[in-house]
Design a protein around this ligand. Sequence first.
Ligand code: PRX
Length: 611
Amino acid sequence: MTETILTGAGSGAPRTIERTPRRAPLIGSYQERCQSFTWNEAREWLDGMPDGCLNIAHEAVDRHASAGLADQVALRFLDRTLPTQELTYAELRDLTDAFAIALRTLGVRPGERVCTLLDRSPALYVTALGALKNGSVYCPLFPAFGPEPVRERLELGSVRVLVTDAEAYEHKIAPNRDSLTSLEFVLIVGDRSLATEPSAPLPTGTLPWSETMAAATSVLHRDGFTIAATRPEDPALLHFTSGTTGRPKGAVHVHQAVVAHHATTRFALDLRPGDIFWCTADPGWVTGTSYGIIGPLTCGVTVVTDAADFDAGRWYRILEEQHVTVFYTAPTALRMLMRKGTELAHGHNLSALRHIVSVGEPLNPEAVVWGLEAFGLPIHDTWWQTETGAIMISNYPGMPIRPGSMGRPMPGIEIAVLERGDDGRAAVVDGKVTVVAQPGVDGELALRPGWPSMFRTYLDNPERYAKAFVDGWYLTGDVARVDGDGYVWFVGRADDVIKSAGHLIGPFEVESALMEHPAVAEVGVIGKPDPLAGEIVKAFVTLQTGYEPDERLRRELIMFGRRRLGSVAPREIAFDQALPHTRSGKVMRRLLKARELGLPEGDLSTMEPSP
Ligand code: PRX
């Protein structure tokens, strides 16, 4: 069997590359699947629980632990110095049972929020899955966030339990602990104790992870454990994401999201028994939860997770030494690998690798072709969002790839491209939208709701949730076009959100943090194109009178942003005493971006006249 790869956007004569896949996909051809697939069929691939109950952690862990995979490695942790720690499915079952018992002992009820602010360590995975076993809602926080994004999310989520380490606690939690009135329990992982006086008691509700888990394990051995009888529509996951305006939005997902996590992992990632899977996304973001924890564990494979930051040599070493068979990563990482050339890849035995998949930002066509040169495998792009919970569009295994295209809609997913209005979003007339009829024409990408991992609301913000739907479609905020063969091509965002190294950043959150500096009168934040990260955050700052726009102040503002925001802080700051405004007084980010890029400034009719 050969696989055909076409280059070109369906126009002109496409270059055809033929190759023989290392193993034919198990999941059936794209056409067959699209014709026959129903979400009810996918529900049957899972176990379920008595009385129609469903729990993500049961599907991910317990059913394998009691069905022949008890001794198989579920999670293999590589720490920074590379020795490994492993948890089998049986060990993971026991630890997650114990954590659920710990939550029950603390009186944490179903539906209440449990967060992690942790590096990729066993405690993170145990918390995530144990919280689900208790019926609590798991909410991951990205460990590179600074204190401000962490505080904001803990507050918005009314989070009751946080699991973190001593260092993160001291720098990111302790300074705001008093104002976080819902945060009752903080479990501290690791040997390092808090920098309190040796004899001083820990702050109320602050508990050592190890002792809490030891006590819960004794209860487990004595009394056993019964998983919470969660219903398919009970909330399970809370993922914060960002829009153009306002505070972060908490997308709520329910337990039956696992049906989509499982099916899409099989379809798009082609996972099968015996696979060794590595997803490089941090579990603090949705990819690292849906496809770094839930999806692959529901398939009963071994998941490799690495605590260290990107390093090309280290990554090739992991792929080789761990015999990784399926690799899910992001374009920024692939571009960083590309910079090192193909020689580094060729210096490693990567023969175990069967399938490479990418997500989160546009994947340049060169990267797809480079994959063939470096790995002997093309890179399969996939598209989805925090709100969709699972992959919606993909270069399905075995399907001809068009480098530069995100692929075609997954089985069970209906998409449309909608005609746009003046604001760049889908044009709505009398509550109706118009689907673009011809291939190759840009419009807002929309999805027909109905798959199990679709978000159910934005936490405490039903108005914002309602606004995401028009005329029976979910509006994604992305602009795309579809070619004559149904391949979807990403064009850009219809709004001002920034994608930096695959991470979605809300400009408002960055602007609000910078506004707290006494020198700042006003600020507008944009994504500035960057060859490696896709975009970097750039802030345009108007100073209060009495401040000089000099290099010292610029550096101070960069540091101020970094201390508050961590990884989402601006990398560049420019001073601008005449920021462009709309007539209603909002900074026109679109215009700042056009000026930064030297592009036409477009329609300025809504702009405030110059004084
Ligand atoms: O703009 C699209 C971009 O990432 C957005 C979703 O980001 P987030 O909610 O953080 O979800 C992360 C899980 C993927 C999308 O609206 N995006 C995602 N995948 C691609 C992409 N842009 C271009 N190509 C992709 N393959």
